[in-house]
Design a protein around this ligand. Sequence first.
Ligand code: NAD
Length: 352
Amino acid sequence: MREFVYKALPSRVVFGTGKVTTVADEVEAIGSSRALVLCTPPQRAQAEMVAEMLGSRLAGIHDGAEMHVPIESARRARALAAELGADCAVAIGGGSTIGLGKAIALESSIPIIAIPTTYAGSEMTPIYGITENGLKRTGKDVRVLPRSVIYDPDLTMTLPLGMSLVSGMNAIAHAAEGLYAQDGNPVMSLMGQEGIRALAEGMPQLVEAPDDKEARASCLYGAWLCGTVLGNVGMSLHHKLCHTLGGTFNLPHAETHTIVLPHALAYNSPNAPEAMEQIANAIHASDGPGGLHRIATKLGMPTALRDLGMKEADLDRACEIALSKPYWNPRPVEAAPLRALLQRAWEGAEPR
Ligand code: NAD
């Protein structure tokens, strides 16, 4: 018998094609009336569309979202929100934009409505990250959990194919680690398996036709489920490695997840057989880690850290950092096998 504790996070989800048009209703539903719309500079046009839909409920647009949420950028956005008298933030974009909304919410407690346009999953988590003096500080605070999330597959049509695929693999990583989480539970396991299934079904269809609406919807639905798992249970070795590689060596977030995942899962495989079987079933493969590696290769995703610009000489340091303050992991994290894992991920070898 498996013992568990199940706790649900309070959030409202609106899912469907064209649902971005309900943004003003969502502002009202959370009891707000003046929204500051957040975006990155390239997504300004989507933010302007949302601004128009908000009508009299618009406080302004801020297109200053940046990767890793630098503290200066968070301060600027907080000051602007106060100056404009905003009583909520509408973040339209990927994890970086939603991260900026979270940085505002953390200090001012103004609620966030998230409109995710990638599959990263930040919109379903109470986790925030802010970078100060080159160090990314992360923490958990329920005030940063978006109160309402609008998933509109139409808004993901502009996400370039390559980014869509690695972002999908980033989402799968949350669900895969959730399947063997120490604080996991049967509900999160169901969500994780269904999330992996939906993404593994949608991603190859995107390669055939990147603007296939059903495939886009399947991927976004999977991203929601996988993000929910990330928000509810603890992550292990794979996420620790990706934080190390992204934080210290400045490697791109979703690509790093894509490359490391099969190797981290292969490492944990002997100690998490049930999770590996669930992953294999969800992707219709004979094994989980090898199956994910084959999907990445077949769909043309990056499979070697060296192709992201990582230097082989940095692998020892990456190993050392990953060994310090380890996350809980189903298999003890030891130097020699971890260093071998990193070497294989660097070379783009098969996971084992
Ligand atoms: P991102 O938000 O950095 O976006 C990458 C680029 O793609 C940006 O220029 C963005 O404007 C653009 N983009 C996004 N959606 C688009 C679309 N539909 N069409 C065209 N361009 C689009 O990338 P990401 O992978 O979504 O997020 C990564 C960041 O999020 C990392 O810093 C990561 O740490 C963080 N994150 C945090 C959590 C959490 O729970 N706190 C969870 C996942 C990711």
